[in-house]
Design a protein around this ligand. Structure first.
Ligand code: ATP
Ligand code: AMO
Length: 404
């Protein structure tokens, strides 16, 4: 029995042609619906129409129920854009081919589910910051000095002068806590990583925050704890997550760098290695702890802006957050005292003249402050239990890929 006339627009996902009856699956970017062309009930010309998969179509028909499932009996079908035969089957293609033909790969419903989840997660982070008094800022992406390390920058020719793509909004977000007590930014950051790993991108999404008037780095870590638990809970409650992955425990622990090195039996004189991060993650996951904050990093491993311990200057208030065995966040209490900051800059071998505008902010009421940067692709990779950050960014950039 026909219910009512309706219209759907979307892409032809599958066609099953049985001669007198044709079943079409139509995908609209959210769901897949069945449309039926039936001799005697649909106009005759439709039975002979060539409808290649992935063509964009507009269908009018009657909604009805067959065997408890809703479908559309087609009364009219317009091909808005006829698709050519697809060059790959993304379900069977190698990763290289999938990424060469990413636009076809993205037509798989499970990819769309993933990118709808990514869009929601980005919104959950933004909502969380806004609900907690952070002001959203947008800082320059073309800069003169790299904040993290000089070597990994992309040079840009800027009206005849050499500039760089920003590695992190670090210097600007710090400057901004002398204006607003709490700021955040979600934007691409650029690293000329010559590496081919499953966790490095040349262009990644950095979720950054900076907070003024803190007591110490634990204020920042506890803020991160609330944010990660809230955002992860919301993400896991989405229908997209349910389709893609299994829920994870949201335990959160705070330890020191020396304690972390003891657990993994590592060398306390060097940074945690990738392998040690993995071991640390496994150790804590057994107890339902997915997030491990590791603080009090050695000064030798942290950038100039990190605050050192007054009573033990070879250690800092810098920390990393390891999420199920992978670093997803770096953060710190920053050095806000002008003279000490200048000493630290010189000790790291940086020319303070290059930081003139950054340093200016510290002369006019810079409060004690701290913050963090989270790699959105790394977070999503770990949340979904995937094995490569390339899967969770639409069009990735690395040493081997600038197209598409
Ligand atoms: P940083 O905070 O120093 O900028 P990051 O946030 O980019 O680092 P990673 O580069 O993932 O973090 O560093 C984590 C660990 O990964 C390092 O301790 C190092 O052992 C390892 N690592 C870094 N770069 C590479 C690489 N190109 N190839 C293999 N391992 C690497
Ligand atoms: P860091 O350099 O550790 O710290 O970067 C912060 C976080 O960004 C992510 N990340 C990356 N993700 C993908 N590909 C990359 N090449 C890449 N590089 C970094 C990681 C990392 O934990 N200014 C500091 C943050 C701060 O102290 O506020 C910074 O940029 O998840």
């Amino acid at each position: 029995m026909s219910l009512y006339l309706m219209q759907i627009k979307g892409w032809v996902h599958k066609v099953r042609d049985l001669g007198k009856i044709k079943f079409l699956l139509i995908r609209d970017g959210y769901k897949i619906m069945q449309a039926v062309i039936k001799k005697g009930e649909s106009p005759d010309y439709l039975l002979d129409l060539d409808i290649p998969i992935e063509s964009a179509v507009e269908i009018e028909g009657e909604e009805r129920e067959t065997n408890g499932k809703k479908e559309i009996l087609v009364k009219d079908l317009k091909i808005l854009a006829k698709a050519e035969p697809l060059p790959i089957d993304p379900k069977k293609a190698t990763p290289k081919k999938r990424f060469d033909y990413r636009i076809i790969d993205l037509k798989l419903p499970e990819r769309q589910t993933l990118f709808r989840l990514r869009a929601k997660v980005q919104k959950f982070f933004r909502d969380w910051f806004m609900e907690n008094g952070f002001v959203e800022i947008n800082t320059p992406k073309i800069v003169i000095i790299g904040a993290e390390s000089g070597a990994e920058v992309f040079p840009v020719l800027y009206f005849g002068k050499e500039a760089y793509l920003t590695q992190s909004p670090q210097l600007y977000k710090q400057m901004m806590v002398s204006v607003f007590p709490k700021v955040f930014e979600i934007a691409f950051a650029y690293r000329a990583e010559p590496s081919r790993t499953s966790r490095h991108l040349a262009e990644f999404t950095s979720v950054d925050a900076e907070m003024g008037f803190i007591k110490d780095e634990y204020d920042v870590i506890n803020t991160i704890k609330k944010m990660l638990i809230d955002v992860s809970e919301k993400a896991m409650q989405t229908k997209e997550f349910e389709e893609l992955a299994k829920p994870i425990d949201l335990g959160f622990e705070i330890i020191t760098f020396d304690e972390a090195k003891e657990i993994v039996k590592g060398n306390p004189n060097e940074d945690l290695t990738t392998e040690e991060e993995r071991k640390l993650g496994e150790h804590f996951m057994e107890e339902g702890v997915s997030f491990v904050a590791v603080t009090k990093y050695p000064w030798s491993e942290r950038p100039f802006y990190t605050m050192r311990l007054d009573d033990n200057p070879s250690y800092t208030r810098g920390f990393d957050i390891i999420f199920r065995g992978l670093e997803i966040i770096s953060g710190a209490q920053r050095e806000h005292r002008y003279e000490k900051l200048l000493e630290n800059i010189k000790e790291k071998g940086i020319d303070p003249n290059k930081l003139e505008y950054y340093l200016m902010a510290f002369k006019y009421g810079m409060p004690p402050h701290g913050g963090f940067g989270l790699g959105l692709e790394r977070y999503l990779r770990q949340l979904l239990g995937l094995d490569d950050v390339r899967e969770v960014i639409l069009f990735y950039r690395d040493i081997d890929r600038l197209l598409p």
